[in-house]
Design a protein around this ligand. Structure first.
Ligand code: 0L1
Ligand code: MG
Length: 260
């Protein structure tokens, strides 16, 4: 019988990612996996990725909107890591065959101008550390069959992270009312979902504060230059070769993505 450890769980999840082979949730076989241990698995995953040459470029929040929480049946936001190998330049196609069963969701993205370290970070303090705001798309690709997971499972799986695109029009945070910033999410030119920035924790700055405060419990500060994906504004859509998705924002501009 397999003895489940942080190291074994990291190996299993990295193998699933590398071989594009989805699997059952870790908690089916390791029911005592708790949240703290799941974050240790996530940390071990990113440690191995950086040992393999990837660079951490920021963090992402997940499950920050009701749309995402209801769809995934989990009501707690979470944090995970972004690396340089996940970045897709604007205009580059997404090769679906490199992933398992990708889904795409629109996001508001921050670039930090200053270090941000919890605890006690408020949304106002968080926004003061932001240098620019961008439009983004996140490509998620759970390593679990049918995106079926519990909170510890998805935390261990680095929150289904796979790819992200950051683009549109760079804005200074003071130029925008981010709670009211509207987003049309289109698939093949048809609007499939709409949201404003308020969908993310009432304001994306709240999500950033949440990231700073929760990461502080694990001794991590958000560094200048880091990207922060604040979480899917709407439910994600499944993409296939030929699918064209776009996030169209009122002031942040448009980020298109074509799948091949
Ligand atoms: O932005 C998000 O809410 C991503 C959540 C990651 C979990 C998932 O939906 O697979
Ligand atoms: Mg996301």
């Amino acid at each position: 019988m397999t003895e489940w450890t942080v190291e074994h769980a990291a190996t299993v999840l990295l193998d699933a990612e590398r071989h594009r082979a989805d699997r059952g949730p870790v908690t089916d076989e390791w029911p005592s996996l708790d949240l703290e241990t799941a974050y240790a698995v996530q940390q071990e995953l990113v440690r191995r990725k950086t040992a393999d040459g990837e660079t951490v470029v920021g963090v992402k929040l997940g499950l920050t909107s009701r749309a995402k929480q209801q769809r995934m049946n989990i009501d707690s936001p979470l944090t995970a890591w972004l690396t340089d190998r996940m970045a897709l330049p604007v205009g580059a196609p997404l090769d679906v065959s490199t992933l398992i069963h990708p889904r795409v969701e629109p996001e508001i993205v921050f670039v930090l101008g200053q270090r941000l370290s919890g605890p006690g970070v408020t949304a106002a303090k968080a926004m003061a550390a932001v240098s620019h705001v961008y439009a983004g798309l996140e490509v998620i690709d759970s390593r679990y069959n049918d995106f079926r997971f519990t909170l510890p499972d998805v935390v261990a799986d680095n929150a289904s992270s796979a790819r992200f695109v950051v683009g549109g029009t760079a804005r200074r945070p003071e130029e925008l009312d981010l709670g009211l910033e509207a987003c049309l999410f289109t698939v093949d030119g048809t609007v499939v979902a709409t949201a404003t920035g308020a969908a993310v924790q009432g304001h994306p700055g709240e999500a950033l504060a949440l990231a700073a405060n929760t990461l502080a419990r694990r001794g991590v500060a958000l560094e200048p230059g880091w990207l922060v994906l604040t979480g899917g504004l709407t439910d994600a859509v499944t993409v296939r070769p030929g699918t064209r998705v776009a996030a169209e924002f009122t002031h942040l501009g448009e980020v298109p993505l074509s799948c091949v």
